[in-house]
Design a protein around this ligand. Structure first.
Ligand code: FES
Ligand SMILES: [Fe+2]
Length: 369
């Protein structure tokens, strides 16, 4: 008889959103038959790619006695545990063989599964679908209950055949909620991101932006970007045509921005992924066909991200002591929408009813930045 044990430490709810895709690591981190590890939503994962090119993700824990499977040996198809040699099919996580069994044993080996999560490669990342079924089934998943239809993993929008693509990443020492509201915070720009190439503090002025509800999120309606941002001015100079920007936020953690001007375009996505309850990571990917070198873009992008990172490291110092916080209108309204979207999603899942969107229609927000 098989016994499964639950981990007593994993009882306090860390406020993660399950049943979504999250980027686990860069595709380039997995070469040939090497295994890689990552953590998403406090789940340790072992990831790899079969010799046929299929990416896979398993819980990095052997269902026998819990040693990380990443210490094992992978031959391109089968992962063999380093402790007692149980062998698992990498794509299904199904146990294929238990070397210690004798011929009289009638244990149904094929009924044993390692924890297993759907995995897809997109835009240079391995995305893992963190299903609550996989979590419950932890070590022993014959009937891991997955949604009938897992949506496709997110893909970055591109608008021409040829384009440049670059990736940036940055760890933030905070809960994913703080990472996300930091990402959508319009008022920190003039203070955190002052620089000659972007904008000056003195350029602060009143702005008015229209927002509209979209499924699981909200959109800053297409508009001409702010006149105090140098890159947008540059784009307009090159094409001579107006620039339009559309910025979306969708649960659980994605901010996408599309800037277009004539034939030229820039498309980016920032994902804030919960690693642990006290650690999240920004994975930023951008694509563009503007004549602008990727190396230069990376210098600016890294500087930008470092400014946010340093701010959040300092913020974490303050948040350690659980202070009371004050979210204001309108500059923090997007943060309020995020918390409401998240709460309403959880409520709809709990009750099995459709999700109530916190916005009833278009809204205009005004702030100075
Ligand atoms: S712990 Fe993996 S085979 Fe025993
Ligand atoms: Fe920022």
């Amino acid at each position: 008889m098989l016994q499964t044990q639950t981990d007593p430490a994993s009882t306090a709810d860390p406020g993660f959103l399950w049943d979504f895709w999250y980027p686990a690591l860069r595709s380039s981190e997995i070469r040939s038959n090497n295994l890689a590890t990552a953590m998403l939503l406090e789940v340790p994962l072992v990831l790899g790619r079969t010799s046929e090119g299929q990416a896979f993700a398993m819980r990095d824990s052997c269902p026998h006695r819990g040693i990380p499977l990443s210490y094992g040996h992978f031959d391109g198809k089968v992962l063999e545990c380093s402790y007692h040699g149980w062998r698992f099919d990498a794509c299904s996580a199904q146990c294929l063989e238990i070397p210690s069994l004798v011929s009289q044993d009638n244990l149904k080996v094929e009924r044993i599964f390692a924890g297993h999560y759907p995995c897809e490669e997109r835009d240079g990342y391995l995305w893992v679908y963190m299903s609550s079924g996989g979590r419950r089934a932890a070590g022993n998943a014959p009937g891991a209950r997955l949604p009938e239809q897992i949506p496709a993993a997110p893909a970055l929008a591109v608008f021409s055949e040829k384009y440049k693509l670059t990736h940036l990443t940055c760890d933030l020492p905070s809960h994913v909620d703080q990472g996300i509201i930091g990402l959508m915070d319009p008022a920190h720009g003039p203070f955190v991101h002052q620089s000659w190439f972007w904008r000056k503090r003195a350029s602060i002025h009143e702005k008015q932006k229209q927002f509209e509800p979209i499924p699981n999120g909200f959109r800053m309606s297409p508009h001409s970007p702010s006149s105090n941002s140098a890159p947008y001015q540059l784009l307009k100079k090159i094409t001579g045509e107006p620039v339009t920007t559309t910025i979306d936020f969708v649960l659980p953690n994605l901010r996408t921005e599309i800037d277009r001007s004539g034939k030229l375009w820039f498309s980016s996505r920032a994902a804030i992924t919960p690693v642990r309850r006290d650690l999240c990571r920004i994975d930023f990917v951008a694509a563009w066909n503007i004549p602008f070198p990727a190396a230069l873009f990376r210098i600016f992008g890294e500087k930008f991200l470092k400014q946010d990172q340093q701010t959040m490291i300092r913020q974490a110092e303050g948040l350690k002591y659980k202070p009371q916080l004050t979210l204001i209108d309108d500059a923090d309204r997007q943060a309020k929408w995020y918390f409401a979207l998240k709460a309403n999603l959880l409520e709809s899942r709990r009750t099995g009813t459709s999700m109530v969107h916190p916005m009833t229609g278009p809204v205009t927000l005004r702030w100075r930045s």
